[in-house]
Each structure stands twice: as structure tokens, then as C-alpha cells.
Design a protein around this ligand. Sequence first.
Ligand code: FEO
Ligand code: CA
Ligand code: CA
Ligand code: CA
Length: 622
Amino acid sequence: MSRYIGEIIETALSRRELMALTLFGSLAKASPKREETFKGIKPNSEDKITLPEGFTHRVLISWGDALDKGPKLNHNSIRKNGPTMQDIERQASCFGYNCDYVGFLSFGGRSILFVNHEYCNPELMFPEFSNRRPTREETLFMMQAHGASVVEIKPSQGSWQVLEGSELNRRITVTTPCIIEGPAKGHRFMKTSYDQGGVRVLGTVNNCAGGKTPWGTVLTCEENFHFYFSGREERIKDQLIARLHDRYGVPSPLSLQTGFGLYEDRFNVEKEPNEAFRFGWVVEIDPFDPSFTPIKRTALGRFKHEAAFSVVAKDGRVVVYMGDDERFEYVYKFVSKNAFKEGDKSHNLGLLDEGSLYVAKFNDDLSGEWVLIASCERTSQGYKISPNEALPEMFKKEPELCFIATRLAADALNATQMDRPEDVEYNPHTKSVWIALTFNERRTKSLSNAANPRPFNTMGHIIELKEEGSNPTSTRFSWHIPLFCGEVGSKNPSRRLLIYGKEPKSYTPPISAPDNFAIDSKGRVWIATDGNPSTSRLSLNDGVYVLDPFSRELKMFLSGVPGCEICGPEFSSDFKTFFCAIQHPGESGSIVPLSLWPREAGIEVPRPSVIAVWHKSGLKIG
Ligand code: FEO
Ligand code: CA
Ligand code: CA
Ligand code: CA
């Protein structure tokens, strides 16, 4: 590694340390003596879930378990012979594949988990899925295995169990009717041959992470929607449509793996050029109302949405923090026009349709600003949109494009291109926003900046952002990097683990690819990783780590199984249960799984599952 790079990092660090002493210094001073809740484990490659001493876990629900009272999926037959029409029908009522976001919600004495199903691994689900396209049945099956699940759970023996057949249980899939709300509703690009008003759409897809709102709904985020759109770009007649799609990677060669465009015209851009504009949104769902029609909230912008974290500001307005998870993409926030009203659900359900959408600019002097893309409000004629004056003519002529082609608006405003922004969460204990930048091996020396200082950033880092006046609606902020992921003592500055700018003195586990967060009752940041197994990173299983911003220690809490990533870190409201999703166990790209976890007797395939973790003596975990 060149001296120059080392210098950039070291300079950024010394300034960061200064910042820590000034703006972020209060945190260290406020640091109370914390009780040890667990002794950290070491990362490993074992084919089992590893936890600290005193903790145990249970698989709560796995791919193919029935949400109704019907039979579970016949996994072995699907793997051996491919899915039948009957299997497709069952999948629509069974837990989906590749569980990602997990949200724990309670209402009226009942508790549920809201779980996303991001994508499928056809090579692990179906027979001999190597260098071939999916059959029609396989594609229809995958359409039902995507989306989300609502699962009622009840306390059981120190933990939880799923209530099969609860009337709250629900599947949302690629064919579930959804409606479109907000400023993009009815725009010419939102219209298709099956929806000439541009107001309704079938399904939601590639639901990665998400968030909960203060009024008890869930936000599920459409991330890599481009994977599902096929066709030849040059056959799109409208040049503007082709240009906008290009910025989002639509159509995608990976669509051949999903087969959606082979069997449904709406997923073929040659036949239905606008359908892709109807994906890439944040979708709001009331999980306690099984008849609720999911709503795509277009005021939150269209990009590859990782997650959406809501916080109520001092004046009652709701701020939603969001990341666009792709290399060199942006961090966004939405600020509602109106204030949250406790207990007034119909009012609150309108909050995410009117407000201002901002994108983040991180300055090299550790300051930053939220640059307005556009504001929108409802009028008797629809939505009035006020775009940033600095935007090019295209956005002034058709201001809806600020929301439909958000990435292009952010480009024009010179926002800071980040190292793949994943989860962005507000921590009420540090009164700051935590941003996971998972990695970006394509960052070069000439493209590095203070907020993304590592060239060939394979390990990732975490930014802490402090809003001016600790107010989430502020348009100015300061920031620093509390965690550079990597390994202690690495000679390569792009791989060296640093906590608050320092190399830890005591044993600290290697960590890479931070993805999703959960903040515990002490303000500690629980980090689920997605990428440790890669040989360019650690060649170890992914896991859950805990960073204490007060003691500045990093420990490992959980190690997953080969091939999996850990998603959806979440606590029960009493912080006695930790939930997470073990996504794509066994995945390596090959048709031979790396793991058969959770190894349920008689089932010969690995199954993505949600687990519950608790302390054997019932102690609070977080
Ligand atoms: Fe679906 Fe950004 O991970
Ligand atoms: Ca993720
Ligand atoms: Ca999270
Ligand atoms: Ca990830």
C-alpha cells in the first residue's frame, strides 16, 4: 500500500480524533461503567450457530414452513423433480426464501415478526440448476417465495414460537396487489398496459431490509429490482426511458436466473418499458391488518433501497434515513411535512406522502450537508412538487422525475458517492446516525474522499453522523468514522481494524462487510455482517458483532454457518430475545450446498431461517 494512501487515512484519523475530542467527545465523558453481558466469541468456519457461553437459540421458522394450517413444502421433491403447480400454490402460504429484514412488533397483547424474503437461490432449491434458465414452474414458484411474511409469535419456554394458522399470518409476494402513493403516482412513466392510471402494481420484489414506523407499520425496501427485468435495452423506443433505466441497471443479464421476463411480459422492458419504474420503492404495510393493501411511498425516492429507519424529531416531524446499496451510491433522508400524532393512525398513514427528500454530501473537513432534491405536498389537484433550483431542466419540466429518477437528481447535485450504503439508523443514546458502508473494492485512490478514504475497500467501514443541534431535521451535520473494519495489526491500511482511530489493545475479532444494525437499550450498536466468507475478506463465517460507542470495544456475539449472511438483527421489546435471519445458508454459487443447516430430520436442503437467541437464565441481552 502506498505511503500516500496511508497518509490520507492517517490525516483523516488525526482530524477524526480531534473531532472525537470536540463534537463526539461528550460521548466518551458520558460513558458510564457498563456491565458485561457476554464474553465475546471468536469468528470461525464451523457448520453451526456459535454463541457466547450462557446463550442458546432456536430456529423459529424456516423456508417452506406453513403459515396456515396446511402442510409444509415438500422440499426434497422440489429439489429433486422441480416444483409442481401444487408446490407453487403452497409456497404462497408458506414462509418464503432468503429471509432478510426481521421486525418485532407488538399490538393489543399480540406479537408478530415481519420478515422480508429478498431473493432465491435456484441452484440450491431446484434440480441441476447450473447454466440453465428456470422452467416456468420454477419462476412462478420463486415469485411466491419472494416478498415478505407476517408471522404471529407467542412466548414459549423462555423464548418464542410461531402460531401456525393465526389470522394475522400473511404472505406478500410478487403477485400481491399494491398501490402507488405520493408524488410519482399517475406520472406517465408509472403507467403500463395493465395499469393505465399509474396507480396500482402487482407485488414487491427483492425486499432487503426495512424499518418500523412510530405508528406501528412496517417499511419494506425494494433493493435490487433490476435483477428481474429482461429484454434488449436498444429496443426501448423512448430514449429518456432507456437513459433512466440505464442508471439503475435495467435490464439486467441476471434476469436470466430469475426468469421473470421469460414468462411474464411485464418484466420484459421491450414489451412493458415502464414496469421497472414501479419497483425500487419503500413499501408501507400495516402488519396487524391482514387486509391492508401495501403502499409504495414514492416521496421517499426510487433507488436500490436497503432500509428505512424512522425517527420522530423534536417538532414531531418524521425523518426517515435511507441508503442506496450499490457501489458509489448515496445516503438519503426524508423529512415529513407534517408532525406525527400519537394514536391518530389515519393521519400518520399520510405522513410519508408529503415532505422533503435530501441527499448527503460529506465534506472533507468532517462537516456535511443534506442537499434538498425536492419537496412535495398534496393539493386538491394531486401533488405539488418543488425541485431544487440547482437541478437540470429535465427535473423542472417534469418534477416527478426527482422521485422516479432520484439517482440522476443526486448525481446532478454532486452528492457524495459512498462505499455501498446499507443500514442507516438513528441511535437515541448517542443522538447520532450510524451508517454501514459495507465495502467497495472498486474505490480507487483517485476516487477516495475523507468519508470513503480507503482505496480497494474490501472490509467496509461505519460512519457516525451528528445532526446539527442533535436535530434529525437539520440540513447540516458533522461526521467521523468510529470503525474501520478489518483485522487488528494488518500492514495494509485498507484492511486494518481501527476503532475510533486506534488499534485496539485487547483481543478484538476481525470484522468485515457491516450490513445491518440494531441498537440495544444501552446504545450499543449490533452489527450483522454480509461478506466475511469471501477470500478477499476474512474467509470466516458471517456474524453479529457489538460495538460499544462508550467503552469503544468491539465483540462478536454470534457466528453463522458456511455460506450464509446474517440479516435482520432485532430485539424483542424487553431486550431478552435477539432475533436474526440466517440468509442463504450453504450458498457458494455451486449446486452443492456448503451447509445443510438447519439440518431438520428428513429435509435434504439448507433452509434460510429466522432464529431467536436468549440467555439461559432469562437475562436481558441488549
Ligand atoms: Fe440486500 Fe444491501 O443487501
Ligand atoms: Ca443488506
Ligand atoms: Ca436495522
Ligand atoms: Ca449486504
